[in-house]
Design a protein. Structure first.
Lengths: 394, 262, 316
């Protein structure tokens, strides 16, 4: 197995690195001020990185494979989970889903602009009362002569209040089956959104509540066949989960870098704390978590690359799905542990948000919840081994 | 439709160096490499000139085999072909010798109308190579360019000088050195990076170029580096921490007492 | 005793090269190049230390373009048999040095510090790796050296060197024409001559907050400068106030860096200040390695207090 990066991957990571260096001081300031980082879009748009895994047939799509894209997200994740979450919403959950399920006309209409960053996407599945159980969602639509009319609320939607186009899910009114997906233009009448305040972490990322009040969606904006909404959602989650895994690897890398840097400089008991064995143990644990997460993520990404080239192969897709779940679960938890260890290595300084470990600690807590909670994923991982008939919720 | 040659250098990233002040050591280990910052502006300008006026761009780099990554990057940014001049004999030569080697490579390319370089590279920032190259090629030099306009066979350059902008003009062939202010280098897209692999990359060495050995390498250079040291700091480093009001008072006191502030 | 040829496109700066030349114990000839009557310039250079002045007046030298200037210095260098050619490190000086060295097949050292002449060559120090290191270089034979501005005092004792007006100068055909000149609008104050500079960095959150530096500067008779991010990137301060590698190099009596981390590109522009003060929230900021006095603290709290204290102490 060759783990060497190709020259091309090195070069594109060089481009990502330059963009990341630009965003770092801005993200620092926004985090401390607890405000949205509005420079993420322009800086990464400038670097042509907003449509990387989308087909080159559309706008600035670059046709990058899942592994190359995961490498990019890993680098972005190092800057902050908030920045990486922008990509998760706009690219992984938004554009990839549109590319997979959209009609030729829908793709041409939107992907040209979204890959350029002229339109921002988001993914609206979760509701205030439907998280791990999306099937219990309340958002519904009416099929009228002049379009679909959506009513309902979505919550915890990344990019929700900055997006131009959101994939929104809902049931036909009065029914609890036949879920459909829609491409909702946020400038539509009947659509509004507001940022969610007072989050524990991710202060620089937009997370929003969406309100649909007789929100009109043109007939040509149903995404995927009618009643196929849940399938649309589940394939979207594959991309989304992988993006979380990759971003978490980036966070792990930053935690080890910061911990090593600090341990080399900080002096207590008349020596650099890197000479203290217990500090060494913490650093080695972060590194072990980092490298395991990385390998799992790369494997998951490689399987997804294979699955993407043979979309009809159900077995391959299942296997990729399973590996992605494992990678996300492992990496998200590992990144949270690593952030906690890094905070400890920093001592009192670790308690300050002016230092990176504290921010990672706050931010990574979300990664164990979104894109599939730890608990949902634990079940998913076990069921593949036990067999479908062992499903807890049937 | 000008034939453009752009010269760039593959350097160690100076921001990645670890400086050990206590032991007067500079650690190059693990430092990444890059195309020298201002050379990227030169490549970008070459690409912009081609976008406006047509023509083609040959990128030339004197470097070791590890420079291939930077050569691919230059191709990804929009150069049409590249020549990597690589030979162990060229190691440790001074700026004049490098300019001579470049001039031989460009003479071998033979069709050239505009030669573009930066005003200096991030490792030594001497600013010698561009003007020396112009002399070896016996063409005029239009330096510190903040704007370049081509009109047929005429090239007009705004030079960013200390007192202001001087606009100069000449007939091709000419050499232009660009100021950092001239443009913002583009980010190549993944597609362009993948496409770079298909463009022509030819390697030349001292024999291919037929250089005069007395003009190249360490032996052919008049200037050599005999030592590399960390700048010593002889500052007092009196640092005040704690209550800002108290620190400010102590500082003001010290500066007034010292007579620095009157 | 080396034969030294000195030249600068700015006559006053050339006087700094006289001082250096005297230090090196050389026989100094000065080159005066231009178009028309050059006697005024020659007069400025008629100081103790200069043995003779070579005047070349030719229309091609009107704007001191590199081609004709190279031809002119090539001519004089051969007449004088120079071992060392010293040129002030202005932009025109630097572009000329490289071309001249290639013409003469001589060594070339840019921005030389601690230059010393040997039997058949010279040695010098220069900043490399973005200012992170000092390289000592040695050159064999005739060498063209550019010298940073304001590194030496200007020689000033009037004298009467021999003035040679060259009449047989025939330059190579010059195809470069100067078709326009636009001077930079002169700022109210030139930071390069300021004695006290109070400089702003990225520690400032908003453009409006810079007014606290105006207050401080006013009390101590200083001038406000800024690091590159605030001038080029954010545009909060005009570029003529930029201190650093790509801005202006300053040598004031007092340099107060406020909210500046001390990246090498900035340090290179102010590290020769007599007294450096740093105010920064980050105890690990590199600027604290290069300062005489430092305050680790929030500039928003420190600066107003500092202004108050100076006002009280100076009775303003």
């Amino acid at each position: 197995m060759d783990f060497e990066l190709s020259d091309e991957q090195k070069l594109i990571l060089g481009v990502v690195d330059e963009a990341c260096q630009k965003i770092r001081p801005i993200e620092d300031r926004c985090y401390i001020d607890r405000r949205f980082n509005d420079q993420v879009l322009p800086i990464f748009k400038d670097a042509h990185l907003l449509g990387l895994p989308i087909s080159r047939d559309y706008g600035e799509g670059q046709g990058a494979d899942a592994l190359t894209y995961a490498l990019v997200l890993e680098r972005v994740g190092r800057e902050g989970t908030g920045i990486r979450t922008f990509f998760s919403g706009h690219v992984s959950l938004g554009q990839s889903t549109l590319q997979k399920w959209g009609t030729k006309e829908q793709k041409e209409r939107y992907l040209t602009q979204t890959t350029r960053g002229d339109m921002v996407m988001a993914f609206g599945l979760t509701e205030p009362t439907a998280g791990s159980d999306p099937a219990s969602m309340k958002t519904n639509f009416e099929d009228r002569a002049d379009g679909y009319y959506l009513n309902g609320q979505k919550a915890w939607i990344s990019n929700g209040s900055i997006a131009d186009l959101i994939v929104v899910f809902g049931y036909p009114k009065g029914r609890s089956d036949g879920m459909c997906a829609f491409l909702v233009d946020t400038s539509s009448e009947g659509f509004s959104a507001e940022p969610i305040k007072n989050k524990l972490g991710l202060p620089t990322s937009d997370t929003a509540l969406l309100y649909l009040s007789d929100c009109k969606v043109p007939k040509e904006n149903m995404l995927g066949p009618p009643s196929k909404g849940l399938s649309v959602a589940y394939t979207a989650l594959m991309s989304g989960r992988l993006s979380v895994a990759a971003g978490s690897v980036g966070v792990l890398q930053d935690c080890v870098d910061e911990a090593v840097r600090y341990a080399r400089e900080r002096v207590q008991h008349k020596k650099k704390i890197g000479k203290h064995q217990l500090v060494q143990r913490e650093i080695s644990k972060i590194s072990l978590d980092l490298e395991s997460s990385r390998l799992m993520t790369y494997k998951a990404a490689s399987l997804k690359t294979k699955s993407d080239s043979s979309p009809e192969n159900y077995e391959l897709r299942s296997e990729a799905d399973w590996w992605i779940a494992q990678a996300k679960y492992f990496a998200a938890n590992a990144s949270f542990r690593a952030a906690d260890r890094a905070v400890q290595i920093f001592g009192a300084n670790g308690f300050s948000l002016e230092n990176r470990p504290a921010r990672h600690l706050a931010d990574t807590r979300a990664c164990r919840i979104y894109e599939g909670t730890d608990q949902i994923l634990e079940q998913k991982i076990a069921i593949r081994l036990l067999g479908q008939e062992f499903e807890a919720f049937s | 439709m000008p034939e453009i040659v752009v010269c760039f250098k593959h350097v160690i990233d100076e921001t990645e160096l670890k400086i050990d002040r206590a032991n007067n050591k500079i650690n190059f280990e693990g430092a990444k490499t890059k195309i020298s910052d201002d050379d990227k502006n030169a490549i970008e300008e070459a690409v912009r000139i081609k976008e406006k006026n047509g023509g083609s761009i040959t990128a030339v780099c004197v470097g070791g085999p590890d420079a291939k990554k930077s050569v691919k990057e230059a191709l990804a940014m929009g150069c049409d072909r590249a020549r990597l001049v690589s030979d162990p004999v060229f190691q440790d030569e001074d700026g004049i010798a490098t300019a001579y080697v470049l001039s031989q490579a460009i003479k071998k390319i033979s069709k050239f109308e505009i030669v573009i370089t930066s005003t200096g590279t991030t490792d030594s920032y001497s600013g010698i190579v561009g003007p020396a190259l112009a002399e070896f090629l016996d063409i005029p030099q239009l330096t510190f360019a903040s704007k370049v306009i081509l009109n047929g066979n005429k090239i007009t350059v705004d030079r960013l000088l200390e007192v202001g902008v001087e606009t100069v003009e000449t007939e091709l062939p000419a050499l232009v050195t660009v100021s950092r202010e001239i443009n913002q280098p583009r980010f190549p897209t993944l597609l362009q990076i993948m496409g770079a692999g298909k463009k022509e990359l030819v390697e030349w060495n001292a024999t291919t170029l037929g250089v005069d050995m007395a003009m190249v390498g360490k032996s052919g250079s008049k200037v050599e580096v005999t030592a590399l040291n960390v700048p010593k700091s002889s500052r007092k480093k009196l640092i005040f921490e704690g209550n800002p009001g108290e620190s400010a008072a102590k500082l003001a006191d010290a500066l007034v007492k010292e007579g620095v502030v009157k | 005793m080396p034969n030294i040829l000195i030249f600068s496109d700015v006559a006053e700066s050339c006087l700094e090269l006289v001082t250096l030349g005297q230090k090196l114990g050389g026989k100094i000839s000065a080159a005066v190049l231009g178009a028309g009557d050059l006697s005024l310039t020659s007069q400025k250079l008629s100081v103790e230390g200069v043995s003779n002045i070579y005047e070349i007046s030719h229309e091609s030298l009107q704007n001191l373009l590199a081609g004709p200037a190279t031809d002119a210095l090539d001519y004089i260098s051969k007449k004088v048999q120079s071992d060392l050619i010293l040129i002030c490190s202005t932009k025109k000086g630097k572009e000329l040095a490289g071309r001249l060295a290639a013409r003469l097949k001589a060594g070339c050292i840019a921005d030389a510090m601690k230059l010393s002449a040997q039997d058949n060559g010279c040695t010098a120090d220069r900043l490399v790796w973005g200012g992170n290191a000092i390289a000592t270089v040695a050159s064999k034979g005739t060498t063209v050296v550019t010298i940073p501005l304001r590194a030496y005092e200007r020689a000033s004792n009037p004298a009467s060197p021999q003035i040679i007006k060259v009449s047989d100068f025939s330059p190579r055909p010059n195809k470069v024409g100067v078709i326009g000149k636009k001077e930079k609008p002169k700022g109210q104050v030139s930071i390069k001559d300021a004695e006290i500079i109070v400089s702003a960095g990225r520690g400032f959150k908003k453009k409006e907050d810079l007014s606290m530096l105006d207050d401080l500067a006013k009390v101590i008779n200083g001038v406000v400068g800024a690091s590159r991010p605030l001038t080029s990137d954010l545009g909060w301060v005009s570029e003529d106030r930029q201190v650093g590698l790509s801005g202006t190099t300053v040598k004031p009596k007092l340099y107060i860096a406020v909210g500046i981390s001390g990246q090498i590109q900035h340090l290179t522009g102010m590290r020769e200040s007599k007294v450096i003060v740093a105010i920064n929230m980050d105890k690990n900021a590199p600027i604290f390695q290069e300062c005489d006095y430092g305050i680790v603290g929030d500039l928003y709290a420190v600066v107003p207090e500092l202004t108050k204290d100076f006002k009280a102490q100076l009775g303003r």
